[in-house]
Write a protein of this length. Structure first.
Length: 62
């Protein structure tokens, strides 16, 4: 009987941990979605420009 109670407690602890991690991940995703990043910083002089790659991106490429 004690073994069954121990197994039930372990399964319950795992389930609570999974739910907690799920809620934390959802909260983190909501914070990321709410924060709008600004335009990227300008490239330092002397580095090649990569606007050619960015110019051909569409909404489906992301």
């Amino acid at each position: 009987m004690e073994t069954l109670v121990l197994i039930a407690v372990i399964i319950l602890a795992i389930a609570i941990g999974m739910r907690w991690i799920h809620l934390l991940n959802a909260q983190h995703a909501a914070r990321i979605a709410a924060y709008h990043f600004s335009d990227p910083l300008p490239r330092p002089p002397g580095l090649p420009d990569d606007t050619g790659r960015r110019a051909h991106r569409t909404d489906t490429d992301r």
